[in-house]
Design a protein around this ligand. Sequence first.
Ligand code: ZN
Ligand code: ZN
Length: 375
Amino acid sequence: MNYTVILSIINYDCDYLFPLLKEDYLMHQTKCYAALSQNSPLIHHTISRREIGKKDVFVEIEFCGVCHTDYHYAKNDWGITKYPFVGGHEIIGVVKKLGVDVKKFNLGDRVAVGCFVNSCRACNSCHNNLEQYCANGLVKTYNDPTLDPGGYTFGGYSKSIVVDEHFVFSVPQNLDPAGAAPLLCAGITTFSPLNHWRVGQGMNVGIIGLGGLGHMAVKFASAMGANTTVFTTSEKKTIDGYRLGADNVVLSFDQSALRKKNGNFDFILDTVPIPHEVSKYMPLLKVDGTLCVVGSIGSTGELNTRPLIFGRRRIAGSLVGGMKETQKMLSFCGEKNITSDVEIIKIQTINEAYDRMRKNDVKYRFVIDMRKFSN
Ligand SMILES: [Zn+2]
Ligand SMILES: [Zn+2]
C-alpha cells in the first residue's frame, strides 16, 4: 500500500500519525453494516481494516451499542459524513490477536473501545489524561481521518476492529457484556461530570431527562451516594425513575413543583439531547452550585444572568471522559454491578431500531449482538 498517496488525500493535520508508517500495514477485510449515502438504509457491506501493528489489539466484537450520534452521522445531519459510513462507538469484544509490544492485554480478555481511537498524545490535554479534549485533533472511532485503509475510521457495527492498546479498556468480568456496551458513550458522558464535580454522599443532585444518558446518570449519582432527583417531562417514567435509584422524581412542566426545589441542588446534570430551556433550572441550584449540560443542542436562546449572579452559580459543559477516567468508570461499574438497561437486537434490524430510537421508543439503549452477524 502506498501511504504517500493516502496522506495526500487527507485534508487534515496527521503529522502525529507518521510514526505509524513504520508499522507493518497489511490489510484484512471485515463484514459490517454501512450507510452508502444519506438516503440509504444501513446494509450489509465489507470494509478493510489494518492488520495489527506492534501495539495493536485485534478485537472480535461481541456487542455494540446504538447511539443517537450514529444516526445523525448516518443521515449526514451535520453535513460532515463520509460514505460508506460505519457507526458504533460503544464496543465490547474479545482480544483475538495481539501486537508483539502490547503490554496491557492477553488473548481472550474482554475489552472495550469507546468514542475515540487515537489522539496526539503530546498536548496538555493528552498529558493530563483528558484525551477527549486533545488540542491537535482527536481521532474519533468513526468518520475521522486516519492512515488506516479507507482514509477515515469505521466504527463497531462490524465483526472486528483494530485499535492501539492505549485506546482499549479492560472490562470487569462480572459485568454483563451487552449491558456494558453503552457505558462507553452514554455511561462515560454522564459519569465524567459527576466524577469531576465530586458527586457523593451529602449532596443533592438533579438529573434532567431520563433517556439513554439520563438513566445512566441516575444509576451513577445514586451509587455515588447522592440524594438524587430526576426531572422528566414524562409521567410514565416516574416509576422507572425510582426503580433506577432516584430519591425523588419531579415533572419538569410542573412550575410549582420546580419552585419548591429552589436553592436545593449542589449539582444538576442536564442530559436532554434536544433544544430546551436550560436557564429555568438555574434557580434550583444552591449558592456556588453548578449546572452541567452534556447534550450538543446548540443555542438555547439568551442566557438569563440573574439566577447566575444571585447565587454565584455556574453553567458548564462536558464531553465523554479520557482513557483513565473511563477505566475508572468501568471499575466502579464492576464494584457496584452497574450496567445499562438494554434491548438487544440483531444487526439486520438496525434500520427499525433507528426508527424506534427517533421516537424515543427504547428502554434505554439498543445494543447489537454482533456475535449473530455471520460472515
Ligand atoms: Zn455516542
Ligand atoms: Zn492531544
